[in-house]
Design a protein around this ligand. Structure first.
Ligand code: SF4
Length: 331
C-alpha cells in the first residue's frame, strides 16, 4: 500500500506546517481491509490529525497475502510461547507473519516515520493488552500484535499509540507532542552535528522537558556536559533515548505550572509588576483547573515577543505542535 496525504487546510492549498509522515493501521483510515470486509475509520486520525500529516498505511494481514474477508485470527498462548492462529481451523500464521513483519518494518526506515498509530486489540497491530487465549473460554490481556512487536522493537524511540488510548486527551496531547519533538530531534542528528547545535536544541527544549520531568531535564544536561567523555555515537544514542523518555513522562498541571514559572523568570525585570501579577494569576488559575494551558501560554508568548526576550521566544514549549490542533485548549 502506498502513502496517503492528509487534506490541505489553508486558503492557498498548502498545509499550515510541512507534513509529518506517520505509519497507521490501514483500517483506521477507512480502508476496507478487515477480516469481515469492513474498516475502523477513526475521525481523530482522518479528520483531526489528517491535515497535518502524510499517512503510510499498512495492513499486515493483507500485505501477507490474506484475503478480504478472511478467517478471524487470535493469539494463542502455550507456556511462554504465543502463536497467531485462525480461530476456526487452528491454522498457524506465526512464522510467516514474523518474517513479513521483520522485513516490512525494515522497509519503513527510509520513510523516516515520526510516529505510528496502531489498531488496538488486533493480533497483528495491537500495541499492548491484546487478548492471549490460553484455554477455549479464557483470555488474558497480556499480548502484543506480532507486527506491532516487530515495529516497536525496531524503533524503540518512535512515538507509538493505539487509537483507543488516543481518545483520551492526555494521551493524545502527549503523543502529538512526541511526534513533533521526534521530528526536530531527527532533524538535528540527520546532518553532521556539533556540540553547540545539540546545546542550542537542548536549551530550546528546556521548558518543554521541565513540563514533563525536571529530573530528566537535569540528567540530559549532565549528559551534554560529559559530551567529550563518550564516543559521538554513544552520546547521540544516549541523548535521543533520554530525550524521548523524558517526553513520555506524563505532564501534570503542577509540572506545567513550574515550567510556566521558569518562563516568567526568563522575562525577568523586563516584565512590569502589574503584567507579572496578571501572568501569575493566570498560572494559578490554570494550576487550580479553572483555565486551559493555552491561556497563560498565550500571554507569555505575547510578552516574549513584545519584550523581545529571545531565549523565551525560542522555547519550543510555547508552541510544541501546531496551535490549530487545539491540544492545550481544554480546561
Ligand atoms: S488491525 Fe491491522 S491487520 Fe487488522 S485490518 Fe487493521 S491494519 Fe489490517
Amino acid at each position: 500500500m502506498g502513502r496517503s496525504r492528509g487534506r490541505q487546510i489553508n486558503e492557498v492549498g498548502e498545509p499550515a506546517h510541512p507534513p509529518i509522515r506517520l505509519g497507521v493501521s490501514s483500517c483506521l483510515l477507512g480502508n476496507a481491509v478487515r477480516w469481515d470486509g469492513g474498516h475502523k475509520r477513526d475521525p481523530f486520525v482522518t479528520d483531526w490529525l489528517g491535515p497535518f500529516v502524510e499517512w503510510v498505511p499498512v495492513c499486515p494481514e493483507v500485505e501477507l497475502g490474506m484475503p478480504i474477508p478472511r478467517a478471524t485470527l487470535r493469539l494463542s498462548g502455550e507456556g511462554d510461547r504465543v502463536r497467531m492462529v485462525e480461530v476456526a481451523s487452528g491454522r498457524d500464521h506465526t512464522a510467516p507473519m514474523k518474517r513479513y513483519a521483520a522485513k516490512r518494518v525494515k522497509s519503513l526506515r527510509e520513510l523516516e516515520l515520526c510516529g505510528y498509530i496502531l489498531k488496538r486489540d488486533s493480533p497483528s497491530c495491537g500495541m499492548t493488552g491484546v487478548k492471549v487465549w490460553r484455554e477455549e473460554a479464557t483470555a488474558e490481556r497480556s499480548g502484543q500484535g506480532l507486527y506491532a512487536a516487530a515495529l516497536m522493537k525496531a524503533y524503540p524511540q518512535l512515538p507509538v499509540e493505539d487509537e483507543g488510548r488516543l481518545q483520551d486527551a492526555k494521551f493524545r496531547e502527549n503523543f502529538v507532542e512526541r511526534v513533533f519533538a521526534y521530528r526536530r530531534l531527527h532533524g538535528l542528528f540527520a546532518r553532521r552535528w556539533t556540540h553547540e547545535q545539540v546545546l542550542a536544541f537542548h536549551t530550546a527544549h528546556e521548558l518543554q522537558l521541565r513540563s514533563h520531568s525536571t529530573r530528566a531535564y537535569h540528567a540530559l544536561t549532565r549528559q551534554l556536559a560529559a559530551f567529550r567523555e563518550v564516543p559521538r555515537r554513544a552520546f547521540r544514542e544516549g541523548y535521543e533515548e533520554g530525550f524521548m523518555a523524558a517526553l513520555a513522562v506524563s505532564s501534570t498541571r503542577a509540572r506545567h505550572a513550574k515550567a510556566l514559572g521558569h518562563a516568567v523568570g526568563q522575562l525577568g525585570k523586563r516584565l512590569d509588576a502589574s503584567s507579572r501579577a496578571e501572568v501569575d494569576e493566570l498560572i494559578l488559575q490554570y494550576r487550580a483547573g479553572g483555565l486551559p494551558l493555552i491561556a497563560p501560554i498565550t500571554l507569555l508568548r505575547h510578552h516574549a515577543r513584545v519584550l523581545e526576550v529571545a531565549p523565551l521566544a525560542g522555547q519550543t514549549y510555547l508552541e510544541p505542535h501546531p496551535m490549530e490542533l487545539a491540544l492545550r485548549n481544554h480546561a
